[in-house]
Write a protein that binds this ligand. Structure first.
Ligand SMILES: Nc1ncnc2c1ncn2[C@@H]1O[C@H](COP(=O)(O)OP(=O)(O)OP(=O)(O)O)[C@@H](O)[C@H]1O
Length: 605
């Protein structure tokens, strides 16, 4: 009899005995194929008995890839969340601590809760670490067999642990502390090593998020003078003219001062006292002030909430209350927005996500979008991306693109579509790039009497609630990137017959992978679904990056042809941005490795 079929006949007690025997076998032979087959069969059975879902053959293929340290490329909605349980539980049954890493707290909490019963049925413990978890809660969670956590949380916990060892954060030292049963040291640490990581949305975590190094701040360097200096820097910045004194490079999010700009800085700062005497420092200060003024916008890059600046994560659209910009930039934005300036902090530890993940003994992962980054995943992490076939054929249909002349006209078109589809009883999910845009569109829909909900960094606390309703008959939901990766919208039965969820993307993201992830909220698990793009010639991606082409397109009459050309240009900008980001990550990793080796003998601070 087939292994799985035999397990179905067991009663609960017999199944428990079977799992206990299996655990012993795995502890001694974790890599034996027969033992792994038995383990997967038992986990499948446990999933069926607890949450009523039996992993499909496609999920088994994915699970085998992940277990063997590969990235399983599975289309959106194919069930990567359940797929991860198979390698995670199999490794945990074999005694290996497992970290299942997601892109955000909402998904970590959702998955730990939904899948907890499967692990517990197998006698395994499950922990959860989110931003609000205390140190004690973290330590308890990391002691579990399987931990669900967002990538940033665990990387920061690792860095904090490293600080306990001063600069000498060598793995061997940590083992030495354990061997000596150094109780104090052990109590100071939260993690118990980096063994097996299963990375969900692997391209986002391992690449997109890895563009900015993680920094831990230490001692408070508050200086009364500081606020005054930052305010002066903003005043000087306001006396500068774009294209004359500085250039903004939107593609790379960089700002360069021209020679004229530097001289102007020197002139204006001449009478401001000794704090402005250093030439390098004063130019850097003014450059930062220009960045605060021209590159960082309210409701796009940050929110102002309760007299605080709250950064919005570029990749996930989520508010990050614990994050700060470095080197005075945060304070400059605070002064610009008129909120009480906070103190500046000195960085005491810095690490890239690349270096962090390369320290794991074993990594596997899943994503819906690995194709175009397969080379980099291999180059940086030695990870192979393996394409897994879908369980059922996809019924997701692309309806084409409309590119309106202006943003106002774009909102009008989106409203027309939403009202039309709502009347047909179909749910509609509309994607915007910023909090500001989601609110503008919301006003247009409200004025037209179209009932809808908004999910953005301001409404993050109602996330689960909004998502639970987004698949209902006639539901219209406007969402930023927060409803991108991982979000699972369950359709009401009547909606399936009406054609499923319809997605409207109103602005292309900075990467085509993000667009595909957003479209992937529809047509999941073989459900029907449609998607379209309604963009405009005034969108940032065109106006900021290729202004001359945008102007030429604006001179053409609106047609399908113009829309196709405009979308092709936007895709070209995305491709160029992707290449730049790859280069940034390579440079960052090189620097990080250089610093790690050159500072190896620096000793404690
Ligand atoms: N074997 C199964 N049997 C029944 N339902 C399943 C099975 N596997 C997954 N599902 C359901 O399919 C839906 C999509 O799963 P999930 O959200 O894990 O997809 P995903 O691949 O992670 O998508 P994304 O790429 O968007 O993150 C969920 O509602 C989940 O409960």
């Amino acid at each position: 009899m087939e292994v799985g079929a035999a397990l179905e006949t067991l009663n609960d007690e017999e199944f428990d005995d079977h799992v206990a025997r299996l655990r012993l076998e795995l502890l001694t032979r974790p890599n034996a194929t027969a033992a792994l087959v038995d383990a997967f069969a038992a986990i499948q059975e446990a999933a069926y008995r607890t949450i009523g879902q039996r992993p499909y053959p496609s999920q088994l293929f994915g699970a085998i890839a992940v277990y063997h340290g590969e990235i399983a490329e599975m289309q959106t909605g194919e069930g990567k969340t359940l797929t991860a349980v198979l390698p995670a539980a199999a490794a945990a049954l074999a005694g290996i601590p497992v970290h299942v890493l997601t892109v955000n707290d909402y998904l970590a909490a959702r998955d730990a809760e939904n899948l907890g019963p499967v692990y517990r049925r197998l006698g395994l413990s499950v922990g959860l670490v989110v931003q609000d978890s205390s140190r004690e809660q973290r330590r308890a969670a990391y002691a579990c067999d399987v931990v669900y956590c967002s990538n940033k949380e665990i990387a920061f916990d690792y860095m904090r642990d490293s600080l306990v060892f001063g600069h000498s954060d060598h793995a061997l030292l940590r083992h030495a502390a354990r061997l000596k049963c150094d109780e104090t040291m052990d109590r100071a640490l939260t993690l118990r090593g980096l063994h097996f990581a299963i990375v969900d949305e692997a391209d986002s975590v391992l690449l997109d998020e890895a563009r900015t190094p993680l920094v831990i701040s230490g001692t408070n360097q508050r200086n009364r003078q500081e606020t005054k200096i930052y305010a002066q820097a903003l005043e000087i910045a306001d006396a500068m003219e774009e294209e004359v004194h500085f250039h903004v490079r939107t593609l790379t999010r960089q700002l360069e001062m021209t020679a004229l700009g530097e001289t102007r800085t020197d002139d204006l700062a001449a009478s401001l006292g000794p704090a402005w005497a250093g030439r390098m420092r004063r130019r850097e200060l003014v450059r930062s002030a220009l960045v605060a003024r021209h590159l960082l916008n309210q409701d796009a890059h940050y929110l102002v909430r309760d007299d605080k600046i709250i950064i919005i994560d570029d990749n996930t659209g989520r508010p990050m209350p614990d994050r700060n910009w470095e080197q005075g930039l945060h304070q400059l934005v605070e002064i610009k927005e008129g909120v009480t300036p906070t103190a500046t902090w000195d960085p005491v530890a810095r690490m890239t996500l690349q270096r962090f993940f390369r320290m794991y003994h074993h990594i596997g992962g899943m994503t819906g979008t690995a194709r175009e980054v397969a080379g980099e995943l291999w180059g940086t992490y030695d990870l192979v991306a393996r394409k897994i076939p879908t369980n059922r054929a996809s019924r997701l249909e692309y309806l084409g693109a409309i590119v309106a002349d202006s943003i106002t006209e774009k909102w009008w078109r989106v409203k027309e579509r939403a009202v039309h589809l709502q009347a047909q009883g179909r749910p509609v999910l509309i994607g915007t790039n910023t909090v500001g845009a989601s609110e503008q569109l919301s006003e247009v829909l409200t004025a037209a009497g179209c009932v809808h909900r908004v999910l953005n960094a301001r409404q993050d606390r109602q996330e689960a609630d909004i998502i639970a309703e987004a698949g209902a008959q006639g539901a219209v939901t406007i969402a930023t990137n927060m409803a991108g990766r991982g979000t699972d919208i369950i359709l009401a039965d009547t909606v399936r017959d009406a054609g499923g969820l319809h997605i409207i993307l109103t602005e292309l993201h900075e990467s085509a992978r993000l667009d595909r992830q957003f479209f992937g909220r529809a047509g999941r698990q073989g459900d029907p679904g449609t998607y379209e793009i309604i963009a405009s010639l005034e969108d940032e991606i065109l106006v900021r990056n290729v202004p001359r082409i945008a102007a030429r397109l604006a001179a053409m009459a609106e047609s399908d042809y113009r829309a196709r050309v405009a979308i092709a240009v936007m895709r070209f900008v995305q491709w160029r941005m992707g290449r730049l980001h790859t280069r940034t990550r390579a440079d960052l990793l090189r620097m990080d490795e250089y610093e790690a080796t050159s500072l190896a003998f620096a000793g404690r601070n």
